[in-house]
Write a protein that binds this ligand. Sequence first.
Ligand SMILES: Nc1nc2c(c(=O)[nH]1)N[C@H]1C(S)=C(S)[C@@H](COP(=O)(O)O)O[C@H]1N2
Ligand SMILES: [Mo]
Length: 507
Amino acid sequence: MIAGFCALAVAELVAAVVRPEAGPVAAVGGAVIDRTPPALKDFAVRNFGTNDKLVLQLGILTLLAVFAMAVGVLALRHRLLGSAAVLVFGVVGAVAAAGRPEGHVSDALPSAVGAVVAAGVLYLLAGLLASPASGGTGGERDHGAFDRRRFVIVASAAAAASVGAGLLGRRLTSAVQAGAAASREDLVLPAPDAVAPPVPAGADLRIRGLSSFVTPNKDFYRVDTALVVPRVDAGEWRLRIHGKGVKRPLTLSFQDLLRREIVERDITLTCVSNEVGGPYVGNARWIGVRLADLLREAGVKPPSRGGPADQIVARSVDGMTIGTPVEDVMDGRDALLALGMNGEPLPFDHGFPVRMVVPGLYGYVSACKWIKDIELTTFDDYDAYWVKRSWSRQAPIKTESRIDTPRPFASPRAGTVPVAGVAWAQHRGVQRVEVRVDGGPWHTARLAAEDSRDTWRQWMWEWPATSGSHTLEVRATDRTGATQTDQRVGTVPNGATGWHSVVVDVS
Ligand SMILES: Nc1nc2c(c(=O)[nH]1)N[C@H]1C(S)=C(S)[C@@H](COP(=O)(O)O)O[C@H]1N2
Ligand SMILES: [Mo]
């Protein structure tokens, strides 16, 4: 266990110099995420929510501990074999790190160095355990005995050195990332040239238990594959726009972006992994540059005007790829390269310094965080990250509605009970929301004022509740006149459908 601890600590120290993402736990975790079958990923997201990453890392550490003990037992019999087994694990970490989408050969270093040091420590400690105790005064000696004092001293020294190496690694990592943090602190957001219309007074019904119209950044859902959140220095950030049909390839710095027309828009983001009634949806006020403006500047034409590329593939610094239809980005909707979220620079978790946001499309086909590259290509030529993992190539957001209050299994008093929630049909708009009780007739809910067709809409209905157990159901109709289907389908491959229902016990 001590040797294993040494391995991790030394590897984290080396990773601080190479790059934090190259540490063995993050690398193996990332490789596991890349290879997790959709059904298992869905299970993890459903059961652990945003803690899925913590669970994964704890799982890896648990496996490592079990392995360390097994190798320890082996080393007591065969010192060399035990030490060699440690090296095998080092190879696993090294291959995982170098094989990540944005992995470099140097990413193998942390695991390699950690494993070599740990193999040495294990060899040494196992030797001490096997060697007979010294200093006996002749006579009979117990054959299983060893020099307990020496062993304890060496083992403690190894453990202490590991703690030191680990702490030093942490320090180094934050020193390396200080530039990114400073670039965010120092950033003064520009005033938008095209401001968003003010949110109508009646957009927020302010009912207890109902999601607020604007989701504060700290409460905004987070979904990504990054075990180590990328920290990019805005001063060093560059975005390249290139590929099929690009007449004038562009490379933009953050300052270049700030010099362009800055627009401000309210847009509701939704994750394709959101179950009916789920939490992975949030609404924010974004500022940024219209992606269509930049594409036109680069000479890009949408397919409807004869352009050869129908897909833009956005790449992030952590190797995520996200494919978005060129047509959607250029059809006049406010597809943004966003740099501000609810009045602050993007939080690191949400893509600092720049991310994409496209109204009407699920995040995995539109909302690339920590973006660094945009390539124009075709859907025939390239499948992005999630498409390779059995999700659909294209995925407009499906109309959904959710009951926020009362909560499932709440027990309100009989009488008038406010039933309220949110409904979304981004870029089409929400026209109507209806609620029913125990499969009875549908009642039209009161809709909050509409901010824009790209944002969700709150709704409420005053329920004359009678005592007993009741099932509430909700459905929304978008502005094309289409009503949410009651057909329940799961999130894979392009978003869940069905009516959200909540069972309550009226007293
Ligand atoms: N670099 C990167 N960008 C990403 C992802 C990711 O895993 N990596 N996940 C996408 C998905 S699936 C969603 S739903 C949105 C979520 O954005 P948020 O975490 O800011 O809410 O980011 C998208 N952008
Ligand atoms: Mo997502």
